[in-house]
Design a protein around this ligand. Structure first.
Ligand SMILES: Nc1ncnc2c1ncn2[C@@H]1O[C@H](COP(=O)(O)OP(=O)(O)O)[C@@H](O)[C@H]1O
Ligand SMILES: [Mg+2]
Length: 220
């Protein structure tokens, strides 16, 4: 279960505090998928950085599986984020000098020991790139790179996967393929999926749809 209660986020500016999130609430049971739309600058990425334990809210609480990560010691916070949250951004953020398999394994470098290689190979297969394991990102198309980024986000079996405009840089057909893939992986792996998007098609592809407006989430 992911919960956010009465989240306020303000940024300091010379003209005073700029309030971006204003008493936002959210509750998603494990296994749910939700989309969030909203105009540019409405605070979608800010919200994901709070839900992903990257940045604390100004006030309010967020919990994942009953735990508030912002109450943890900084070391524990880093491993919470690493192991419980997967991120997919608009830009794939792959390391250019690392192969597909190595990129997918990056989160496991700072994780407890385990058979991460097996899981990484399986995920690369599930995103349809089994024959590209040892290719470099420069040898892949935009959609393929994004599929690698998705496999990387899932490698440590996170309970929460946050996607910030994951198809924003892709043409329509590639976006549809990547969307289908995300939904397929969501169905296969038990996790909460949140999709921030400007794409109506992507937003409609999940059962719960929100709009971020005036600092709060409204069901669409
Ligand atoms: N670190 C920051 N310092 C000051 N203002 C910020 C910071 N991060 C985001 N903002 C502001 O917060 C607002 C929301 O940003 P963001 O969450 O990126 O919106 P969205 O993802 O919906 O386009 C914007 O006006 C942005 O300029
Ligand atoms: Mg954004």
């Amino acid at each position: 279960m992911l919960t956010a209660s009465d989240i306020v986020k303000e940024f300091p500016t010379p003209a005073g505090a700029l309030r971006i999130l204003n008493g936002l609430n959210l509750k998603l049971p494990t296994g749910e998928a939700a989309s969030i739309m909203g105009p540019s600058g409405s605070g979608k990425s800010t919200l994901l950085s709070i839900l992903g334990a990257l940045e604390p809210p100004t006030s309010g609480t967020m919990t994942l599986d009953g735990e508030n990560p912002f109450h943890l010691h900084p070391d524990q916070l880093a491993s919470f984020r690493n192991q419980k949250v997967g991120f997919v951004f608009q830009d794939h953020c792959l390391l250019p000098q690392c192969t597909v398999l190595e990129n997918v394994l990056i989160p496991s470098l700072v994780a407890p020991r385990g058979d991460h290689r097996k899981r990484a190979r399986e995920l690369v297969e599930q995103v349809g790139l089994a024959d590209r394991l040892h290719h470099l990102p420069s040898q892949l198309s935009g959609g393929e790179k994004q599929r690698v980024a998705i496999a990387r986000a899932l490698v440590l079996s996170p309970h929460l996967v946050l996607c910030d405009e994951p198809t924003g840089n892709l043409d329509r057909r590639t976006a549809e393929t990547v969307t289908r893939l995300l939904l397929d992986l969501h169905a296969r792996h038990h996790m909460i999926l949140i999709l921030v998007t400007h794409s109506e098609v992507l937003a409609q592809s999940v059962p719960i749809r929100y709009e971020l407006a005036e600092g709060r989430l409204v069901e669409r």
